[in-house]
Each structure stands twice: as structure tokens, then as C-alpha cells.
Design a protein around this ligand. Structure first.
Ligand code: ATP
Ligand code: MG
Length: 177
């Protein structure tokens, strides 16, 4: 990785495989909104742990720690469209967070604390952001659930471009290997 003395903005995420991404995109298109900006289809993800700006030393530590991490694949069923009113975010999420996902986040955060990273204290809320600066319509949103087999997690870099933010998977860590 070539990164000399600069910082990168990174986070750990569940990154949908292509069929799952297409399902999420189809669902996104079907949601009527009063206002809002769609998240680009190629950016759809579930954040596990937001790290933020890191230097090269920290990045190496995160990469190494994540590589030591062991967990099993699990299923995630996204059935709910919700709204974070303060953040003005419309999201897709599970009815309740599967224990496997909750454990993954907890254990990952614990491992990352060895790198000097202190995760936020708010409880983890599994969600995939569909719209930002959003205001949902009044009618109840009916959706067909998205079945997601989570077989990996990723370290992702967030890059700001004039056209908007783009996320780049730096490394994929398979689950169950
Ligand atoms: P922008 O900030 O330009 O609107 P963005 O929020 O999509 O773009 P980032 O701020 O780099 O991009 O965030 C990357 C991911 O991490 C997003 O899913 C975002 O919701 C999440 N995230 C960002 N900041 C935090 C935070 N403080 N706590 C938890 N998750 C965060
Ligand atoms: Mg942000």
C-alpha cells in the first residue's frame, strides 16, 4: 500500500455482494420520499465500526488486527425501512440485530482498541443508509426483504471527490476461514 505520511479516512463495513447490492438498489428505487438524496448504488454498505482519519502506522495496525480476527458467516434479513430523524437518514435494516453481527462488532472493536482506536460508546445500530438529507413520505413503506449472507467484512476507505464521496474496499476479510 503506498501511503506516505498522509491520512486516509477508513471504516469497517459489511459490503454487499453484487446480487445483494442489486436487491438493495431495487428496493431503494421503490421507496417514495418527500425529499432526499440517494446513496450511490456502488456505495451501499453497513458500517460496523467507523474509525475516521488514520495515519500509515494506525492503518497497518488495523489491517493486521483485522487479519487475525475469526468469526463465522451469518445471515442477515433486511426487512425494515427506518428513519434517523436527527441525521435525516432513511435506512434499511433487520427487524433486530442478529447476535452474530452484534458479537462481530463487539469483538472487532475490542481487537481494534489494541491499535489505539476507541470505538464510539453508542450501541451498534445495524443499518444500511439508503438516503441522506431525507424526509420520508407519510405512507407506510412496504418492501420485500433482502436476504444477505454475510461471508466477509471489509476495511473501506472513504474518499471525497468533487462529485461526492466514494468508498473503496482496501481489504476484504472472509468469515469462517
Ligand atoms: P459525507 O460525510 O461526505 O456525507 P459519508 O457520511 O457517506 O459522506 P463518511 O463520513 O466517510 O462518508 O462515512 C463513512 C461511513 O461511516 C458512512 O456509512 C457513515 O454513515 C459512517 N460514519 C461516519 N461518521 C460516523 C460516526 N461518527 N459514527 C458512526 N458512523 C459514522
Ligand atoms: Mg459522514
Amino acid at each position: 500500500m503506498t501511503n506516505h505520511g498522509s491520512t486516509q479516512r477508513v471504516f469497517f463495513a459489511l459490503w454487499p455482494d453484487e446480487p445483494t447490492r442489486r436487491q438493495c438498489a431495487r428496493l431503494q428505487r421503490s421507496i417514495p420520499l418527500f425529499r432526499g438524496r440517494s446513496v450511490a448504488v456502488e456505495n451501499l454498505h453497513i458500517t460496523l465500526s467507523f474509525v475516521g482519519p488514520v495515519d500509515d502506522t494506525m492503518l497497518r495496525c488495523l489491517l493486521a488486527k483485522a487479519a487475525q480476527f475469526r468469526a463465522k458467516p451469518f445471515n442477515l434479513v433486511l426487512t425494515r425501512v427506518g428513519y434517523f430523524a436527527r441525521a435525516k437518514v432513511v435506512w434499511l435494516g433487520p427487524e433486530s440485530c442478529p447476535a452474530a453481527l452484534q458479537n462481530l462488532v463487539q469483538r472487532l472493536n475490542k481487537g481494534l482498541s489494541h491499535c489505539g482506536y476507541h470505538p464510539e460508546l453508542r450501541p451498534f445500530a445495524a443499518h444500511l443508509t439508503l438516503f441522506r438529507a431525507a424526509q420520508p413520505g407519510k405512507s407506510k413503506i412496504e418492501i420485500s426483504p433482502v436476504q444477505w449472507r454475510a461471508k466477509a467484512f471489509c476495511l473501506v476507505e472513504s474518499r471525497a471527490h468533487p462529485q461526492g464521496v466514494r468508498y473503496h474496499v482496501l481489504r476484504r476479510y472472509p468469515l469462517g476461514s
